[in-house]
Design a protein around this ligand. Sequence first.
Ligand code: SAM
Ligand code: SF4
Length: 362
Amino acid sequence: MKGNDVRTAVGLSVRPYRVDANTGLDPRTTTMPTSGPLVDAYGRVHSDLRISVTDRCNLRCVYCMPEEGMTFLNRAELLSFEEITRVASVARDLGVTSVRLTGGEPLVRRGLVDLVAMISALGFDDIALTTNGIRLAESAEQLKAAGLTRVNISCDSLRPERFASIRRRGELSKVLGAMDAAEAVGLTPLKINVVLLRGDNDDEIVDFAEFARTTGRVVRFIEFMPLDAQGDWERERLVPGREVFATINERWPLQALEGPSHVAPAERYRFADGAGEIGLISSVSEPFCGTCNRLRLTAEGSVRNCLFSDDEMSVRDVLRRGEGDDGVAGLLRRAVWAKFPGHAINEVGFLAPRRSMSMIGG
Ligand code: SAM
Ligand code: SF4
């Protein structure tokens, strides 16, 4: 079966195969393998599974959700912990080595510690959690004991009033407390996610670099992506990673660290004087699709091979039809195989995906 026939056969929209201008990827294989690792038609092996456990959140960050009016999944629509664990188990058998739990805000899902223990029992190399930190301090110790390896905490300003205006709810002091709590129980290395918005917090680049230097926490600057639920994204509001690099490098020279780590899309840099590390996640200005190894499971059980693609396949249907692990594995293989070479965000005619970050799982 060839290129487009494969897409048609797996029920996904058809785009012609070609060498991708952004990634340089060229499809080398034309037949989906039925054994071996999870590979796409461009040879990218997938070893990282992002699991969204809820689309709900206790904050309303301006770049993610509107202040009012979000509608959320009801409980019956969510995958149960047993269902999530089954998918994770099949994914592990197909070569997935790292899992990241996300949402929405994963810590608003009741019993998350139990889920971490269930996934941890499967034996992954790395189980991380991305959180806004508001509720982390109360469960950091149990999460660590259940097998969580590390956490990423989102924090877009080091100034209390500004934090409140970007995240709309919650307090900076809670998030800083969460960072201390995570470190106290060994949920490290601790990574801090900062979404930069032009005119809102781009004057804090140096402050955050200093924070990385004094705390040893890895600060990762993320470009604003067209994944906000309200559809307000504008390219002018995005602060390119190159600009962040130049701003910090001028003050404290930076040195590139060898390649992105196996679980992070960030370009990594250390301060030349050895004082710490920063990362740049330049998803829009410098897409890293060519090395993407990520696969996503949404809270209601859809498998998604790219943040920016609308194509999804329901593993919940497979599970609730009573199919065995072979059915789940087949769906994961088809979803990965169908991945496009790149998200085409910088091409004319790009359309933002219908579902936003908190619905997909960022
Ligand atoms: N609620 C958790 C949190 O905020 O860390 C986890 C889910 S959140 C969707 C995951 C990450 O996506 C966060 O670091 C958040 O800042 C980021 N994010 C959300 N919307 C974004 C957007 N439109 N562009 C870039 N990053 C975004
Ligand atoms: Fe909630 Fe995270 Fe989205 Fe902020 S970025 S609204 S904390 S899901």
